[in-house]
Structure formats: C-alpha cells, structure tokens
Design a protein around this ligand. Structure first.
Ligand SMILES: [Cu+2]
Length: 287
C-alpha cells in the first residue's frame, strides 16, 4: 500500500486507504473560509504603525521628515531598504497563502502525493543567489551611507560638547556656558538650542555609563561613551523643534532622558546666547 503522504511515511503512520489520520483531519479543517476569518490579524501591523504616529512624547516607528543632510541620508536608506523589503515580504506571503489554499489536503483525492522534485540545480542556485544578492545590496547601501554620515566632519562652524549622564544631557557651548537638559516625564525638558544653516559638530561624551543621543529627524544614534569622544553633526535647514530620546538602556531613569532640539534664526540665536551668558554671570559661582 502506498503511503498517503510524505509526513505519514516519515512518521510511519500509514493509514488504510480512505481512512483519515488525525493529522489529516486537522489539516482538512483549515479551509479557505477559516483562513479568511483571520484577515483582521493582517491589519494589526498597520493599526500599530498608525496608532503610534502621534504618541505624545514618544518616538514614532515612522521616520519624521528629515531636517539635516545626515538625517536625510538615513531617511533615504530607510525608505530604500524598507520598500523593496515590504514588496518581497508581501510577494512571499501571497505565494505561501496561494499554495496553502490552492493545494490544501481537503481538496486532493485520497492518497494523493504531490510531484516529488529533488536536486533541481537551477532552482537551488536561484534561491541561494537571490537572497545573497539582496543581503549584499543592503550591506553595501548601508555601509556607503554610514561612511557618508558618520565620519567626524573636519569643516564646521563650531562645536558643542554633549555629555550624557544618569539621567540627562549637558550641552557646553563655545562661549563657555552649559545648558542642562535634566530628564523628566513631568513635561518637556529644556531645549538644546542651535542656529539654522550652521554645520555644528557634536562631541559626544559620557560621565557614567553609555548613553546614546538620537533625534530621528536630525541624525542617527551616536553613543556617548565614558572616556571616549564620539562625533556626529547637524545642519538644520529650518526653524523649529524636534524631539528625541536616549537610545541606549542606561538605568532606571533611561526613559526620562528626553531630547529637544530647537533651531533659531541667527539673530534669535545670538540674542539667546547673550541671555545665557547674562544668566550664568548673574548666578553665584560655586566656591
Ligand atoms: Cu541614557
């Protein structure tokens, strides 16, 4: 008696012709109708993505419109990889669903065994080479972008030292004053102010553990590591405010380490700098 299916022959459970094994009963129950009832599950990722767009104070899973050239480069990489990946994912899932529904066991004659194909050289080459090409393309594309956006810049207008600590950020300006952005969930933190259209190099430092400075619209994640200076930069082309977070789990107050970057016109920025200097000079110096 021929085996009813490959799984039956592997498990050694060869049922009498016409009789249905327990496994076949379960598979037979999975009809196209029952699969279609699962369609709301397919909507979950979309509901999650849309629902998170306007989460107050959080970082959206969808990239915001970039406002700095390195943010634009990361955004382009994200879109350039995500769109082909989504197309491939949908194609593979549709092909899988089509096979599952079209060739389900309940629609096959009793004892049906599908065509057995072994050692198709062309097919094996194709399904080895295609994913390899996709992965190498992603690696090459990402590496080129990283080289462009994460090299320390040598030509810049000025540098600001950004220091991460448990739990907040300090920004030391070339004029000598420091803005403290202490972590809180009670409201917005003090903004880190920069002028528009100036290329500013950020020197990232850590005083206790590793933190990571990340404002998605402006630049990628850059670690602030104790004893080691990391660099990133920004050049914001418009007046506005952007939000970020510490992107490295750094302790109990990690979630409070909000970042707010505010860009101003050169005129407003210079006035703000004078205010900061006046405030610093007015406050008593620690002895
Ligand atoms: Cu942190």
């Amino acid at each position: 008696m021929p085996p009813r299916s490959i799984s039956d022959s592997i498990s050694g459970r060869v049922a009498a012709r016409g009789a249905r094994s327990h496994g076949a009963d379960i598979l037979g129950a999975v009809t196209a109708r029952s699969l279609l009832r699962l369609w709301p599950l397919a909507m979950l990722p979309a509901a999650f993505a849309l629902g998170s767009c306007e989460a107050p104070g959080g970082v959206s899973p969808i990239f915001p419109a970039p406002v700095s050239p390195n943010g634009q480069g990361i955004y382009n990489t994200y879109i350039g990889i995500s769109i082909p990946a989504i197309i491939i994912f949908i194609g593979v899932e549709l092909a899988l669903l089509w096979v599952v529904i079209r060739y389900r066991r309940s629609k096959q004659p009793a004892g049906y065994i599908p065509p057995q194909i072994h050692g198709n050289t062309r097919l094996e080459w194709a399904w080895t080479a295609a994913p390899l090409i996709v992965v190498l393309a992603i690696a090459g594309y990402s590496f080129a972008e990283l080289q462009k956006d994460f090299q320390p810049v040598t030509t810049y207008d000025f540098e600001i030292a950004v220091s991460g600590h448990q739990f907040g950020w300090s920004y030391t300006y070339p004029e000598g004053f420091t803005v403290h952005q202490e972590g809180t969930l009670a409201g917005d933190v003090t903004p880190f102010v920069v002028p528009v259209n100036k290329l500013i190099r950020l020197r990232l430092q850590g005083t206790d553990v590793i933190h990571s400075w990340w404002v998605p619209a402006i630049s990628g994640k850059t670690d602030a590591v104790p004893g080691y200076d990391n660099f990133t930069w920004l050049k914001i082309d418009t007046v506005g405010t952007w939000r970020g977070e510490c992107a490295e789990l750094c302790g109990a107050g990690h979630s409070t380490m909000q970042i707010i970057v505010q860009s101003m016109s050169q005129y407003d920025y210079e006035r703000w700098v004078r205010q900061q200097l006046a405030t610093q000079n007015a406050s008593p110096k620690p002895s």
